[in-house]
Design a protein around this ligand. Structure first.
Ligand code: DAT
Ligand code: MG
Length: 167
């Protein structure tokens, strides 16, 4: 069954110039990229994304990490991969959450590290299951930014909303 997963190349991945390497590794899956963009991560987006970890002692550092404050790179690359078994395929390539426990040939095993303050800098995020994927994709992307119809949508008329257009 086709499914979708959110992928984030985290600020350490961008700072270490790993985008090409990571995308090359992910291309082994033969999945399709159906959305991609560079995002400046707000505090509220970071907190919402990691809300399942808000009681953990490392939460504050994790928020700083995903916002790029630990790497002076205030952006992440967000993509959606889509196809048969997308979540399992991408999580296998990513490797274990803890980079020291990840297979050395996995993305996190090859490129991740644990900082002295204990943050797992594991260069990539992959959704953990279909429910999380849906929650995360709806958090990071609007329907029109995705080239396939993943989830039901509706049309609304927004009155008096201010948008920026090219001058
Ligand atoms: P994953 O990213 O593999 O889905 P997760 O959702 O449990 O893992 O955790 C999200 C991120 O939080 C993870 O990529 C790195 C960080 N993290 C998780 N557990 C940690 C720990 N024990 N110490 C430090 N950072 C941790
Ligand atoms: Mg997770």
């Amino acid at each position: 069954m086709n499914e979708a997963t959110l992928i984030l190349i985290k600020p350490d991945g961008l700072k270490k110039s790993l985008t090409g390497n990571i995308l090359t590794r992910l291309s082994e899956t033969k999945l399709e990229i159906v959305a991609a963009k560079i995002v400046r991560v707000s505090r509220s987006l970071a907190e919402e994304h990691y809300k399942h970890l808000k009681d953990k002692p490392f939460f504050e550092e994790l928020i700083k990490y995903i916002q790029g404050e630990l790497h002076n790179r205030r952006k992440v690359m967000a993509l959606i991969y889509w196809g048969e078994g997308a979540i399992k395929k991408c999580r296998e390539l990513a490797g274990a959450t803890n980079p020291e426990e990840a297979e050395p040939t996995s993305i996190r095993g090859a490129y991740g590290r644990i900082t002295t303050s204990g943050v797992y800098e594991n260069v990539i995020h992959v959704s953990s299951d279909p429910q999380e994927a849906e929650r995360e994709i709806k958090l990071w992307f609007q329907p029109d930014e995705i080239i396939v119809n993943l989830y039901p949508t509706k049309e609304i008329v927004e009155k008096e909303s201010k948008i920026r257009v090219w001058a």
